[in-house]
Write a protein that binds this ligand. Structure first.
Ligand SMILES: NC(=O)c1ccc[n+]([C@@H]2O[C@H](COP(=O)([O-])OP(=O)(O)OC[C@H]3O[C@@H](n4cnc5c(N)ncnc54)[C@H](O)[C@@H]3O)[C@@H](O)[C@H]2O)c1
Ligand SMILES: CC(C)(O)[C@@H](O)C(=O)O
Ligand SMILES: [Mg+2]
Ligand SMILES: [Mg+2]
Length: 347
């Protein structure tokens, strides 16, 4: 249906419009092979299975995630296979390896993309940056995308709670004439709340900007800056953490989620309102050049190159753990660990 977002009209698909029963009818003869069992793999595969679709998982035997798949109820030889076997059996191949990992498996996937199959992504990365990934699908398969706008962990949790995470969807190639029904049915099947339409390029450029920006990178940067200023001015770790992070996640963001920023502002003191209304624009103006630099780095493929390069190194996991440790052991997040323990619901 067409819906107005502000003054702009967009095309969205809701569960009412495209019910689960219709999705099942569209995909009744398909074998959905979920390749990779990292973060999105389990969320999407389990939601599809619980929604009644014919789904199998492909994963490297002997890996930790192979064992996780077994623990989640996938049965070797029945619903859990080596990656190549799953590629052979699937009529829809859900390419859910890490974006860098997809480069190595591509020749195998390509070999099993016989006419009429569908190649499904949850990110526009492999296709958009094809000069760097070498992922160029044959012309006689559908190439589609459903990108849940959140972590695979949330996708599963929200499904179990009877809620739904929003996803974007896109069609890069419609070889069968049935790509649209296939992609929307898959979007409903993996547990999306509503689906909004995009293309592969827009999905990857917005997603890479978002995660580097306000969703993950910028937010940590702003937290760190405010925490450091408070600490430098003699505030205790608990005061600095509460005033920087805890109140935001526990009290104020849930209000924003419910009814928007203006409503959160309206539920704070007149003193806070005055200050927040005066200061949001200077913060916007100070950070906008950084966001512009970031978007440009995404657009030119620099961010993709960096992520492929670092994720393809053999010591990637070790280096990642070192960087996460730096965050975890920072005073701010150590204070956070103590504060979390003190939440009454955690006692
Ligand atoms: N993590 C998320 O919540 C999330 C959200 C939206 C979209 N996505 C997209 O979904 C896709 C999957 O991401 P993810 O975060 O679930 O991946 P991940 O990093 O968790 O890895 C998924 C799987 O890839 C396997 N793998 C990696 N390299 C491999 C190789 N060379 N050979 C064989 N297997 C290999 C790993 O063992 C793992 O099982 C990506 O395109 C990503 O951008 C992820
Ligand atoms: C969960 C995110 C950040 O939305 C996703 O884009 C990812 O890459 O993991
Ligand atoms: Mg992403
Ligand atoms: Mg994302």
């Amino acid at each position: 249906m067409k819906l107005k977002f502000g003054t702009v009209e967009e095309n969205v698909v809701t569960r009412e419009e495209f019910p689960l029963e219709k999705a099942k009818e569209v995909l009744k003869d398909e074998v959905i092979a979920v390749l990779g069992y990292g973060v999105q793999g389990p969320g999407q595969a389990l939601n599809l299975k619980d929604n009644g679709f014919n789904v199998i998982v492909g994963q490297r035997k002997g890996s930790k995630t192979w064992d996780k798949a077994i623990a989640d109820g996938w049965v070797p030889g029945e619903t859990l296979f080596e990656l190549e076997e799953a590629c052979e059996k699937g009529t829809i191949l859900q390419f859910l390896l890490s974006d860098a990992g997809q480069i190595a498996l591509w020749p195998t996937v390509k070999k099993h993309l016989t006419p009429g199959k569908a190649l499904y992504f949850s990110h526009g990365f492999g296709i958009t940056y094809k000069d760097q990934t070498g992922i160029i699908p044959p012309k006689d398969v559908d190439v589609i995308l459903v990108a849940p706008k959140g972590s695979g962990t949330s996708l599963r949790r929200m499904f179990v709670e009877g809620r739904g995470l929003n996803s974007s969807f896109a069609i890069y190639q419609d070889a069968t004439g049935n790509a649209r029904d296939r992609v929307v049915a898959l979007g409903i099947g993996v547990g999306s709340g509503y689906l909004f339409e995009t293309d592969f390029y827009k999905e990857v450029t917005s997603d890479l900007t978002g995660e580097r920006g306000t969703l993950m990178g910028a937010i940590q940067g702003i937290f760190a800056a405010q925490y450091e200023v408070l600490r430098a001015n003699g505030h205790s770790p608990s005061e600095a953490f509460n005033e920087t992070v805890e109140e935001l996640t526990q009290s104020l963001m849930p209000l924003v989620a419910e009814n928007g920023m203006d409503w959160m502002y309206a539920n704070c003191s007149t003193t806070a309102q005055r200050g927040a209304l005066d200061w949001w624009k200077p913060f916007r103006d100070a950070t906008k050049p950084v966001f512009e630099e970031l978007y440009n780095s995404v657009k030119t493929g620099k961010e993709a190159a960096k992520s492929i390069e670092s994720n393809s190194k053999s010591d990637y996991r070790v280096k990642l753990e070192e960087e996460l440790k730096e965050l975890r052991e920072s005073e701010m997040w150590q204070a956070g660990a103590t504060v979390r323990k003190l939440r009454p619901e955690n006692n």
